[in-house]
Ligand binder design. Structure first.
Ligand code: ASP
Length: 465
């Protein structure tokens, strides 16, 4: 006899088993008490005696008992263990549970989100959420295997680093050793992945955490999110699109077989044509928007390299310049349009590619600038002053030691899963997301620092409530 998972009881009829789990529900029939016992693999009916009366739902228990067939008329065809039950011998209560602050036997959408996040460890007991986390894990595993098979290597890049201005506000971390200085958490590993191309890595990927201090939205978690970040040397845009398309087409077939992709190969649409036709650069191209199993992937290409700078682009050129990058400042101009950089920058096309799905932008990337001269030109056009340019000296210097032409993409894992699963928010596919007010789940960060901590960092807090 040995400890087994609940799902493994199905072929143990007539045998004694030991199982562990949470009491999911209790039905007291006076002399006998039925409970449903739940573990991560499933749920099973257990028949117990008087001693089961002391149980509460969500108590954690151990049961030794015999697996029996249920009478034909009591079979529950809806669950895999519906034709059997356990006749309990031993019962041990390993931990008592008080009444839960939120119900977990519903899909959870009806519950106040603050409460769900405060008690996220209970919220995840809900089968829907647990299943989402399993699918996320399988998705990441599939991506890794696919890319390893294509010769990529996975490399981690620093979290304590210097800003990569990609259009958002940075999170700053004060340095203790160099007082008055700050690290920035990476908005993405963009500069590191380009440096890895100079290093000769050629095929890099990382399941990368990115940090951006932006206001949250349903399709954007506050603070941090996860990307599949990848970069390749000696590539044209075509190869990046083909590889990404193959990866996600195969991933959907393997992990989400009930889903159908609207059109393969994925349509490729020019930026100007989608704006003209749909008024947005991320149109929802599903044929039937009510069908929750339809996935309309598409590429949007031929973006203008620059947009007109607005007040939101405050981090470029202190509002002096007229242009802001459409994607980011490392995106290469279309080779044919290089003369236009001097003549009419807004007409320059960029080698940018965005991956869209069901009305969301789920990934973006580009062929990169690998000539210091052109990079300088772009810095000038977006209004960088000499000090701002200096912050990129390391990259420009690296480019002087033999830089391969390179490019890549970074599909967002959270948003992609949200779109595939048809969830209303990215928070439904993240184990411990921050609330929309920026408070982290369960731990409720940010919190105040002690006087000693602040002193060590030479920081003083002024004007806080
Ligand atoms: N670093 C870019 C981003 O996070 C992606 C890329 O250009 O590869 O959007």
């Amino acid at each position: 006899m040995k400890k087994i998972s609940i799902i493994d009881t199905v072929d143990k009829i007539g045998r004694e088993v030991e199982i562990y789990g949470w009491v999911d529900s209790i039905r007291d029939h006076k002399k006998i008490v039925f409970i449903d016992l739940r573990d991560r693999t499933g749920i099973i009916q257990v028949v117990g005696g008087e001693n089961f009366k002391k149980l509460n739902t969500e108590d954690v228990i151990y049961i030794k008992g015999k697996v029996k067939e249920r009478p034909k008329n009591l079979i529950n065809p809806k669950i895999k263990t519906g034709a059997i039950e356990i006749e309990a011998g031993d019962l041990k209560i390993l931990a008592k549970a008080q009444a839960l602050p939120i119900p977990i036997n519903t899909d959870g959408y009806e519950i106040n989100e603050e409460m769900r996040l405060k008690y996220r460890y209970l919220d995840i007991r809900r089968p829907r959420l647990y299943k989402n986390l399993v699918l996320r894990s399988k998705t990441i595993n599939f991506i890794r295997q696919f890319l390893f098979d294509k010769g990529f290597i996975e490399i981690e890049t620093p979290i304590l680093t210097k800003t990569t201005p990609e259009g958002a506000r940075d999170f700053l971390v004060p340095s203790r050793l160099q007082k008055g200085k700050f690290y920035a958490l990476p908005q993405s590993p963009q500069q590191y992945k380009q440096l890895l191309m100079v290093a000769g890595v050629e095929k890099y990927f990382q399941i990368a955490r990115c940090f951006r201090d932006e206001d949250p939205r349903a399709d954007r978690a506050y603070g941090e999110f996860t990307q599949l970040d990848l970069e390749m040397s000696f590539v044209e845009q075509e190869e990046i699109l083909k590889l990404t398309e193959e990866l996600f087409t195969k991933l959907v077939a393997a992990i989400f077989p009930e889903k159908q992709i609207t059109q393969t190969p994925w349509p490729r649409l020019s930026h100007s044509s989608v704006i003209k036709k749909y008024g947005t650069d991320k149109p929802d191209l599903r044929k039937n928007k009510k069908d929750k199993n339809e996935l309309a992937f598409a590429w949007v290409i031929d973006y203008p390299l620059f947009t007109k700078q607005t007040e939101e682009d405050y981090f470029y050129g202190s509002g002096q310049a007229k242009f802001a990058p459409s994607h980011h400042m490392f995106t290469a101009p279309h080779p044919k349009d290089i003369p236009l950089l001097d003549q009419d920058p807004l007409k320059v096309r960029g080698l940018q590619h965005d991956m869209i799905l069901n009305g969301y932008e789920v990934g973006g990337g580009s062929i990169r600038i690998h000539e210091a001269k052109i990079q300088q030109k772009v810095f000038d056009l977006i209004g960088f002053n000499e000090d701002q340019k200096k912050q990129f000296n390391h990259l420009l210097e690296a480019f002087t030691y033999g830089v391969p032409p390179h490019g890549g993409i970074a599909p967002g894992i959270d948003r992609l899963l949200m779109a595939i699963l048809g969830e209303p928010s990215v928070r439904e596919v993240i184990a411990f997301p921050a609330s929309s007010g920026g408070k982290t789940a369960v731990m409720e960060a940010p919190s105040t620092a002690t006087e000693e901590q602040l002193k060590e960092l030479s920081l003083k807090i002024i004007n806080h409530k």
